[in-house]
Write a protein that binds this ligand. Structure first.
Ligand code: ADP
Length: 418
């Protein structure tokens, strides 16, 4: 039976998941990231990647037909002609590109997704100002470089990772305005996520005893991988991530973009994946409750009754989606004496923001919401699920799989065909 390996490089560690053709998990491996100095970061990723490969039992490794890798979006690095990093990678949340934004604004279309301090393009422009840029030949994303270690071909990416580099995912080409920047470096060639790039490099096949025919596929980003893991594949299916923050994605036939709300769309085969993220979410709950208290007090809540408390839970002022107001104050008053009542108000208020988020995506042209899959720490809270059903008015489903590595294994198995 054919097996497929998905590898996820997330924010806190790397994971590998091997699935069979029915989507059953055959093996899982983890590699937590420790503290790493900037200069060793890329080599630490390599150690993590090889450790995940070594953890897979030999008999399973032999049967793996395809491998794909996802990385954190806009984590990027420069390499020389042999693929060696010439400087430390810039991580997804590195804001040093901020000083390039004025320059970028003069070239990129208004409100474009590249116009953010953390975009891949802002980072590339910043890197181009540094002395070690002279040795650089290729600009790659984390997932591109890790895949290179397995197939040996430099300068290849996928249309998910390059979205924030300015690549036009609709026309499938780099736009003309990008050429005006005259960046003297190879921008990645762009493949469809999940399509085969090349057979595994013979040395890697021998070192790790993979089949010589094992294919290395174009990858994706960690949040799209998590979306794919949920199993959502039809227009109108949404995935809510209830983690530290609240992130929504709604699979649609229409592309939706609105920079005011930070909404942009990834391409997913013939469909689009618009999404937005709010600063509300589990991090605010954690300010008041431990996870054990969240479970205990949630059980005391009558989810069928609406709470009168109307909060806008934030850690600090400001939100973008579904309300675009950089000064929006956190609203957490009045606070009742009963912790369960307080929690009820918080869960209900976050559910209201979630429903408003999906409404906004639909107003801007996304398909009508007909089902919501839930991922993240809040997905396990059945009381919250009941409350959310009341606001969303569609089935709210807990998917079998939420791990990005699982989604990337699915991508290796069938690409963007479904
Ligand atoms: P992230 O990866 O975004 O940091 P996770 O998906 O791991 O977050 O989710 C962690 C969040 O889930 C925490 O902020 C916590 O408040 C929340 N959480 C944990 N348990 C529960 C629960 N039973 N009900 C609601 N929220 C919960």
């Amino acid at each position: 039976m054919g097996l497929y390996l998905g590898i996820d490089f997330g924010t806190s560690g790397a994971r590998g998941v091997v699935i069979d053709e029915e989507g059953n998990i055959q093996h899982q491996a983890r590699y937590p990231f420790g503290m790493s100095s900037d200069s060793n970061l890329a080599r630490d990723w390599q150690v993590a990647l090889f450790s995940l490969l070594e953890q897979i039992p030999g008999a399973i490794r032999q049967e793996i037909q395809a491998i794909a890798i996802d990385g954190t979006s806009s984590t990027v690095l420069l390499c020389d002609a042999a693929g060696n990093p010439v400087s430390a990678p810039l991580l997804y949340n590195d804001g040093r590109g901020a000083i390039m934004l004025d320059n970028l604004k003069s070239v990129a279309p208004p409100n474009h997704t590249v116009l953010s301090a953390t975009s891949s393009l802002a980072k590339l422009l910043w890197m181009a100002q540094q002395p070690d840029f002279a040795q650089a030949r290729y600009f790659l994303h984390q997932a591109d470089w890790l895949a290179f270690l397995l197939h040996g071909q430099l300068g290849i990416s996928d249309y998910h990772n390059v979205l924030k580099l300015g690549y036009d995912v609709e026309a499938l080409k780099y736009p003309e305005w990008l050429e005006k920047l005259k960046i003297p470096i190879h921008l990645p060639q762009v493949s469809t996520p999940g399509t085969s790039i090349a057979e595994i490099h013979p040395e890697i096949a021998m070192q790790f005893r993979f089949s010589r025919n094992c294919l290395i596929c174009a990858g994706t980003t960690d949040s799209i991988a998590a979306f794919i893991a949920s199993g959502a594949k039809l227009p109108g299916e949404g995935v809510t991530s209830l983690g530290s923050t609240l992130a929504l994605k709604l699979l649609s036939r229409t592309r939706v973009e609105d920079a005011r709300y930070g909404i942009y769309s990834h391409r997913l085969g013939n469909l689009w994946l618009p999404g937005g993220a709010s600063n509300t979410g589990g991090a605010v709950l954690r300010q008041f409750f431990t996870d054990a208290e969240l479970e205990k007090f949630s059980r005391e809540i009558d989810a069928t009754k609406a709470s009168d408390l109307d909060y806008y839970p934030l850690l600090k002022a400001g939100d973008r989606f579904p309300i675009n107001d950089p000064n929006l104050p956190p609203r957490l008053e009045p606070r009742p004496d009963s912790p369960a009542e307080f929690l009820h108000g918080l869960l209900e208020s976050i559910a209201r923001i979630e429903a408003r988020g999906y409404e906004l995506l639909q107003q801007l042209g996304a398909d009508k919401l007909n089902c919501v899959y839930t991922a993240g720490g809040g997905a396990a809270n059945d009381t919250w699920t009941e409350i959310r059903k009341r606001y969303l008015q569609v089935p709210v489903v807990r998917p079998l799989h939420t791990e990005a590595a699982y989604g990337t294994a699915v991508l290796a198995m069938r690409g963007m065909r479904e």
